[in-house]
Write a new protein. Structure first.
Length: 99
């Protein structure tokens, strides 16, 4: 579980990132989750955009992706989701400590 300070830090880190995945009409599926898991292992912090034609609720989509990839939902702003999960093999992001 991330603290408020850690989430603010991750939001600032994600600000300059571009969305590398899009959730469209098909919604969230196993294929999409598998690809996001691979990308998040490499990058740790990713942005995903929800397209206008997505029929699912944006909050549900964000929660499904976070749960499916076992990552933390950092932010859902507009139709953009930011997810974070520390990499097992090549950690790059150092989170601020609690306190």
């Amino acid at each position: 579980m991330l603290t408020g300070k850690q989430k603010r830090f991750l939001r600032s880190e994600a600000h300059h990132l571009s969305a590398i995945f899009q959730v469209g009409k098909g919604g969230v599926n196993e294929h999409l989750i598998k690809h996001i898991e691979e990308a998040i292992e490499t990058r740790e912090l990713i942005k995903i955009s929800i397209l206008q034609n997505c029929e699912d609720d944006k909050q549900e989509v964000a929660e499904q992706l976070a749960k499916g990839t076992k990552s933390e939902l950092v932010q859902l702003i507009g139709l953009t989701i930011v997810l974070y999960k520390p990499s097992v093999n090549n950690r790059k992001i150092v989170l601020p400590t609690r306190g």
